[in-house]
Design a protein around this ligand. Structure first.
Ligand code: SF4
Ligand code: SF4
Length: 656
């Protein structure tokens, strides 16, 4: 270190900073602690599934931007974006309030993309390759984040799916480019974060990040409240103003205020203040500010970029010169507030659950008389898409007036007219009776054991799928049938020569967990079935069993419904050995549909429980010989989904 004889320590420090390009040292330890804490938490969440295969990492669980958009689509469309829950909404609201009161604390202390950008800038600084964009270029580039905010929010409100997932670099990397990610968009975003940050100071945060843009709009609190109140007022007085207008005004206005610096003096309530009398104009605060704000020239920092990171305070050489709201002790408030607000957000978010969709299909008068049926445990109600599918299934049912779904707890509420429906009838409608052959019966087995049990906590097709796996793994069961009853009636079919005691079967059915492989990873699910009555064992013949488990294959095409039955004839053929190729029947049926006179293909059992194929054709368009020839062509010509034709050898053979 070069020593300046006779100079004060301050002079020495300033000499080093200004003439030897040494960087000001920060004593702002809460900030790196919080930033490292967030990175550590993300890495931990990513690693947990390696040790606990039941854990499904949710990297966006506390994303405030997703929460704000989800809140918007909920208020506008009564629908929550897929996988969004009250946790994200609570974080979104809390972040919004935090901006009003404090500043953009999420950007300063939590955002992992912001943290990485800052680290990359420091790297670029060490390599001496980075610049701070100023002047017209800076002003023009700042518009990009408002344009991206407008597009992102608009598409999210239109589709109820988070559009930002398509390009968000954080989401793409943490989820390993999940199917929601558009690889090209995300790759461009990742390159912008990495290269942009090395060469240009906080390139992503200042110019691209839509969360940064919306945070600025909240920071211009007076403007934001005027736009919001104006929109609500116009809607209340009956003007049908589309949300695109307030969104566009907020984005354009936010950009204009950011450029002009014409923000309100009041919000956010906390600001960096500088005592001009004690300041020695050393410029260290300006040198240290990650946002390149010229703090040393300001009495009060009201710059849109200031996020109250308090790095400037930490390097100031003169005690009590840089403060928060002219108070020394207030410098700790931003860090304490960040941690407190995150904890409060997580707690509030866990207290209640907003419905993913809440649809009322009739007017207030009708809905006022509605009763509500609630059913939990429907595992197939797990996102916005499956909620909408559930609503579409219920809407045509007479007496159903609306539905609400809660994907976090797999719960549904059904609003119904008690004059037309009962809770018991709705419960029955929700249930999907199913049957499945689990294994082929071995040759020589002439009889089958039918075991009838009643299972509690069995609700939907997921349960059926789990039960088939459970029985296949732990018993010799060959077939399974479920029927609606309360509790659900389950019939298990076992080879007649297979012995299993009542208690062993109950212990299998009441297994606490089930593990199976999904895409080379073991997945474990929790089960909770309870056998409510003692199983009843009965022996039936193999034919009876075949009849019970038989599922007909039916395909109708070439305008089946427009023909009167008198114009239609049918040919029947034994299925015979063709049943071994059952999985490829679709190709045969597609091939048959090329004969314009054939209008239906179905399988059925005859009185001897033998499987037959029945082909219906319009007598005036084709004839039995043509149908038979089509059926036994050497080559099957089938139609692909994209409209192209495919060809394969005909592996089916039918005798006349
Ligand atoms: S002015 Fe101070 S608090 Fe604001 S961003 Fe710059 S260093 Fe952080
Ligand atoms: S506020 Fe502090 S760091 Fe900034 S110029 Fe004045 S004395 Fe230096």
């Amino acid at each position: 270190m070069i020593s300046l004889k006779g100079e004060t320590k301050t002079d020495q420090i300033l000499f080093e900073y200004h003439f030897m390009s040494k960087k000001p040292k920060s004593t702002n330890w809460p900030r790196p602690v919080t930033q490292w804490g967030v990175i550590f938490a993300i890495v931990l969440i990513a690693l947990i599934p390696k040790f606990n295969n039941n854990f499904v990492p949710d990297f966006e669980a506390y994303c405030p931007f997703g929460g704000i958009q989800a809140l918007g689509s909920y208020l506008l469309n009564q629908a929550l974006s897929c996988t969004m829950t009250s946790a994200q909404i609570a974080m979104g609201i809390i972040m919004m309030l935090a901006v009003f009161v404090f500043s953009k604390l999420f950007c300063a202390y939590i955002c992992p993309v912001g943290t990485i950008s800052e680290w990359l800038f420091i790297l670029g600084d060490k390599l001496n390759v980075n610049i701070t964009i100023k002047g017209v270029a800076d002003k023009v580039l700042r518009s990009l984040k408002y344009i991206l905010l407008f597009i992102t929010v608009l598409f999210t409100f239109q589709s109820n799916e988070l559009f930002c997932k398509k390009f968000d670099p954080y989401y793409a990397i943490t989820t390993g480019f999940s199917i929601d990610v558009v690889v090209l968009y995300a790759a461009i975003a990742i390159v912008l974060v990495i290269l942009g940050s090395v060469f240009i100071r906080l390139f992503w945060c200042k110019y691209i990040c839509p969360l940064g843009a919306i945070s600025n709009i909240f920071k211009f609190t007076g403007f934001f409240l005027i736009v919001l109140a104006g929109y609500i007022l116009l809607i209340k007085i009956g003007l049908n103003i589309h949300y695109t207008w307030p969104l566009a005004i907020a984005c354009i206005g936010g950009y204009a205020i950011e450029l002009t610096g014409f923000a309100t003096k009041t919000f956010p309530l906390l600001k960096i203040t500088r005592n001009e009398n004690s300041c020695i104009d050393c410029q260290l605060c300006s040198l240290k500010c990650p946002q390149a704000i010229d703090v040393a020239s300001l009495k009060e920092v009201r710059d849109a970029d200031c996020n109250l990171c308090v790095e400037c305070i930490s390097v100031c050489l003169v005690k009590d010169t840089l403060q928060v709201n002219n108070r020394t002790s207030y410098r700790w408030i931003p860090a304490i507030a960040t941690v407190t607000l995150v904890v409060v957000g997580i707690f509030i978010g866990s207290l209640w659950e907003l419905p993913t969709i809440d649809q009322h299909w009739y007017g207030k008068e009708v809905m006022a008389k509605a009763e509500i049926f609630t059913q939990s445990g429907l595992k197939n109600v797990k996102c916005y898409g499956s909620s909408m599918a559930f609503a579409a299934k219920m809407r045509p049912v007479s007496g159903v007036l609306g539905v609400a779904t809660y994907v976090k707890t797999h719960k549904v509420k059904i609003y119904f007219d008690p004059q037309k429906l009962t809770s018991a009838r709705i419960q029955e409608m929700l249930f999907t009776p199913s049957k499945a052959i689990l294994k082929s019966l071995k040759q020589g087995v002439g009889e089958v054991k039918e075991v009838t049990v009643y299972l509690d906590n069995f609700f939907d097709p997921f349960d059926f799928s789990y039960l088939t796996r459970l029985l296949t793994d732990r018993t010799a069961a060959v077939g399974l049938v479920t029927e609606y009853a309360c509790p659900v009636l389950v019939k298990i079919y076992l080879p007649g020569n297979y012995d299993i005691s009542e208690s062993d079967l109950i212990s299998v059915l009441e297994s606490k967990t089930l593990s199976f492989m999904v895409a080379e990873h073991e997945k474990t699910v929790e089960l909770g079935y309870k056998v409510s009555k003692a199983p009843v064992f009965k022996t039936i013949s193999k034919d009876e069993y075949s009849n019970i488990l038989f599922r007909p294959y039916v395909a109708q095409f070439n305008g089946f419904t427009k023909y009167d039955s008198s114009a239609v004839k049918a040919l029947k053929f034994p299925m015979g050995k063709n049943k071994e190729n059952r999985a490829k029947l679709n190709y045969l049926v597609s091939h048959l549909s090329n004969n314009g006179g054939i209008i239906e293909f179905r399988t059925l059992l005859n009185e001897k429980n033998e499987e037959l194929v029945a082909i219906s054709y319009v007598d005036s368009l084709t004839n039995a010989q043509s149908v038979f020839q089509t059926l036994n062509n050497d080559t099957l010509i089938f139609n692909n989904r994209d409209g192209s034709k495919g060809r394969m050898e005909n592996i089916f053979r039918f005798e006349e």
